[in-house]
Write a protein that binds this ligand. Structure first.
Ligand SMILES: Nc1nc2c(c(=O)[nH]1)N[C@@H](CNc1ccc(C(=O)N[C@@H](CCC(=O)N[C@@H](CCC(=O)N[C@@H](CCC(=O)O)C(=O)O)C(=O)O)C(=O)O)cc1)CN2
Ligand SMILES: [Zn+2]
Length: 817
């Protein structure tokens, strides 16, 4: 049986981030809806044609999205919350973007501010009931990725109806180009599990019987349009599921497989092992099952043992979450016996290629050896094609060649009729793969003995501050002399167009390093002057020199490579270029000290040193796969430790080590979580605990799902933690209080994802609430997160009001005593 190649999803933002440009132009009125639609159609066409040219047999459609595929699914099934006042038959762009980004009261849409990490730009002021527009749906992380989806909101009496036929339209669009695609749908069970109940709490799975008819309708329409396979994504199958959830799959897939007799369903699971859910997946009447063999290689044996003979298996053999070239020879050896078994096999990346950049070839400045180790989306597809072709030329020969584990064996395999060019292409692919495997094992670029020795010699003393928090606190209080309710910000100030332009000009060489640095010093000086003027207590330099809180450090650490064009979507129009950790990591020189020292020289108030922590550097980078993540994290921890100590030596009394991505790295399965938290917390402590007792260590986490990791957060032993609470204050503070969290806390008093200026009163109210749970002397006053995606026009009045709120709190305390 012929082995085929599939992709589960392709990068959607375009080689030059055309989607970002088109979206932001549309949002700020520079472009029409027609412009946006045509840009999107070009992106889809390019993606389909590219994949066809690369030899993909099952090319996906409906993997494109204007903002997010979970939002697309809400739009498909009519899960449009009433506040969006939608009553039409087909969700329009305005409604769609309102769900993603909120709708402002004044403009009724097209809000210009594009930046926010929670989608909602506009919202009802917390607690006041004053309607300042329409709140967006909440945004949250897609499993353990840095991609964010919009959380569907469902009511207990939810009525579903088909309000978007996007998947059918895109199928027909590809068909018109001569490409029969495999449409992708988010499966109904995962969709319901990712949804949140509105109104009184209820189990969203109870809505399954109401939801299924919409899916059945959609599948019939797809079959009528000519689709022969449909990919149903059910990544929830790799999670710890309740019995109710486990029981939901059988009725769901019984209904879906009966929808259209000609249609075949490929049930796609990814991001982990099916484990106890495998029997469920194998019992469903679907035609195919996709499994992730990168995260969970061991499950192959169980899958093979349990799968019906006529079940098509889609093997996720290449890493869809990382950028390393595959070991083709090893894969060939592993797959050859399977291919010979006669079962229908599909080779695929482990998950959608949404999570990797598009094309390595655009990275013309990357070191040649490092480049030879990498594969982005396009290269991964080529690897799959080569593997499938090698398997298809004849099982006996392939198996023989593969056990030799030697690429040159291939030259003998070519069956009658293949061209020399083809044979050469195959030989080169296997040889390049073998070379990458061999050089990564030994390259001095990767293996630095000094780093390994240092990592091996970490002592218990390095993982702990010298004195416990209460003793440190006395010294810090004396050294800093801060008032009650000290005010500060999280680090970044607006990354204005001017700042980005200057950086781009410097990178291009049209702005000299000297001029760029002068520009940055000016930005810092005015930010410091302004912080004085509004009388913030603890100042920041503003992070103007940073393109991103992770990439900036990656660019200065050895063992890291960074890219020019390798963008990966994070949410909506926003993307990141995760740096690549290819080798042992060290810090050749201080990274932030000069900027900090300049900023501190402008003020007598404490200037916070501002660093990204080791766990966040790890979780937001592409990480080497030749050693455990914990080992790489230890290298990062030691590098950050060096920076912390240099900042302290330069005179920093407060150093903030951001761990914004600590929660995101938490394993999806509960059983694996403690192990991760153990090493993640140790790494933070190694970074933080070289300093003297009087030096105050802050950390920052901008999410609110803390309840299950509070113990680990406390174990990090930071002196001050700032957290996101503006949207969820009570529950979170209650948890911190119940847990008896020992140190100081800055519960974010306003949501930075909205351009709306918070009233002083709303912030004093939050602070008074915080006082119900925390001791006044433990409370700091700060926003939820950094202000880089905001404008000065809203930052200035917001921070003024925040400082006023802190003053009112101090006044109230004075009166009470
Ligand atoms: N890594 C990471 N993950 C994170 C966050 C984060 O801050 N960093 N925050 C949370 C939310 N996620 C976010 C992800 C991206 C952005 C964001 O603002 N991204 C920017 C790009 C940031 C960046 O790298 N900027 C560079 C490059 C800017 C750029 O686009 N330059 C142009 C030229 C610009 C010009 O000429 O004006 C180009 O290279 O083409 C810089 O400032 O130097 C964007 O998509 O627009 C915000 C939040 C969670 N995950
Ligand atoms: Zn943050």
């Amino acid at each position: 049986m012929t082995v085929t190649v599939a992709t589960l999803g392709f990068p959607r933002i375009g080689a030059r981030r055309e989607l970002k440009t088109a979206l932001e132009h549309y949002w700020n009125g520079q472009g029409s809806a027609a412009d946006l639609l045509s840009a999107a159609a070009s992106l889809r066409k390019a993606a389909w044609e590219r994949q066809r040219a690369l030899g993909v047999d099952a090319i996906p459609s409906n993997d494109f999205s204007f903002y997010d595929h979970v939002l697309d699914t809400s739009a498909m099934v009519g899960a449009i919350p009433p506040r969006f006042e939608f009553s039409g038959n087909r969700v329009d762009l305005d409604t769609y973007f309102a769900m993603a980004r909120g709708r402002s009261a004044e403009t009724g849409g097209n809000d210009a501010g594009a930046a926010c990490s929670h989608g909602g730009e506009i919202e009802t002021e917390a607690g006041t009931g004053v309607n300042t527009g329409t709140v967006a749906e909440e945004m949250t992380k897609w499993f353990d990725t840095n991609y964010h989806y919009l959380v569907p909101e469902l009511e207990e009496e939810q009525v579903f109806r088909l309000t978007s036929t996007k998947c059918v339209e895109e199928f027909l669009e590809a068909k018109a180009l001569g490409i029969i695609t495999r449409p992708v749908l988010l499966g109904p069970v995962t969709f319901l599990l990712l949804s949140k109940a509105q109104g009184k709490p209820f189990d969203t799975l109870t809505l399954l019987p109401r939801l299924l008819p919409i899916y059945v309708d959609v599948l019939r329409r797809l079959a009528a349009a000519g689709a022969d396979w449909v990919q149903m994504d059910e990544p929830a199958l790799v999670l710890d599921l309740s019995e109710t959830a486990r029981a939901a799959f059988a009725p769901a897939y019984a209904a879906l497989t009966q929808a259209a007799p000609t249609l075949r369903l490929m049930l796609a699971t990814y991001f982990g092992a099916l484990e106890e859910n495998l029997p469920i997946a194998l019992s469903l009447p679907v035609h195919g099952l996709h499994v992730d063999l990168v995260r969970a290689p061991a499950q192959l044996a169980d899958v093979l043992a349990g799968a019906r003979a006529d079940l098509t298996l889609s093997l996720g053999v290449l890493d869809g979450r990382n950028i390393w070239r595959a070991d083709l020879n090893a894969l060939l050896a592993q797959l050859a016996p399977l291919a010979a078994s006669g079962r229908a096999l599909v080779l695929a990346p482990s998950c959608s290629l949404l999570h990797v950049p598009l094309d390595l070839e655009r990275e013309t400045d990357l070191d040649a050896e490092i480049k030879s180790w990498l594969a982005f989306a396009v290269q991964k597809i080529s690897e799959l094609r080569v593997l499938a072709d090698a398997l298809n030329i004849g099982p006996t020969n392939v198996a023989a060649g593969a056990t030799k584990n030697n690429a040159t064996g291939l030259s003998e395999w070519g069956p009658e009729g293949v061209t020399d060019g083809w044979r050469e292409h195959m030989r080169a692919a296997f040889e390049a793969s073998a070379r990458a495997v061999a050089t990564r094992r030994t390259s001095p670029r990767i293996h630095a003995q000094a780093v390994q020795q240092r990592a091996a010699s970490v002592t218990g003393k390095m993982v702990q501050r010298s004195s416990p928090f209460p003793e440190r606190r006395v010294q810090q209080k004396a050294a800093l002399g801060l008032p009650l309710f000290p005010t500060t910000t999280i680090g970044s100030f607006p990354q204005t167009a001017d700042v980005r332009k200057a950086r781009a000009a410097h990178a291009k060489g049209t702005l000299s390093t000297e001029a760029y640095q002068r520009f940055l010093r000016n930005e810092i000086a005015s930010a410091v002057a302004w912080q004085h003027e509004v009388e913030l207590d603890v100042l920041v330099h503003g992070e103007f020199e940073r393109n991103d809180m992770v990439q900036y450090f990656g660019e200065q650490l050895s063992g890291f490579a960074f890219t020019k064009h390798a963008w990966v979507q994070s949410y909506g129009s926003r993307s990141v270029r995760p740096p690549i950790i290819f080798g042992d990591v060290a810090r050749p020189a201080p990274m932030t000290v000069a900027w900090w020292a300049y900023a501190q020289s402008l003020t007598k108030r404490p200037m916070k040193g501002m660093l990204t922590g080791p766990v966040t550097l790890l979780n937001w980078s592409f990480v080497r796969d030749d050693q455990p993540r914990s080992a790489t994290c230890l290298h990062l921890a030691l590098a950050v430790r060096d920076e912390v100590l240099d900042l302290e030596k330069a005179g920093a009394e407060i150093i903030q080590i951001d761990e914004a991505a600590l929660r995101e790295g938490l394993p999806l399965r509960r059983a694996e979580r403690q192990r991760y938290l153990d090493w993640a917390v140790s790494c933070f402590q190694i970074a933080a605990s070289g300093v003297a007792d009087r030096t105050q260590i802050h950390t920052h986490m901008c999410y609110s799902e803390f309840n299950d990791i509070l113990e680990a957060i406390a174990a990090m032993d930071a002196d001050v933690i700032s957290i996101e609470t503006a949207r969820s204050r009570m529950e979170l503070l209650d948890a911190f209080a119940k847990f008896d969290y020992p140190a100081e806390i800055g519960p974010g008093v306003y949501d930075i994802h909205s351009p709306r200026v918070p009233e002083t009163a709303s912030m004093t109210r939050l602070l008074k609430e915080a006082q119900l749970y925390l001791k006044a002397e433990h409370i700091w006053v700060n926003p939820d997160c950094g202000l880089k995606t905001r404008t000065w026009a809203d930052v200035k009045p917001s921070i003024r009001n925040m400082v006023a709120a802190a003053r009112e709190m101090r006044e109230a305390m004075r009166k009470a005593n």
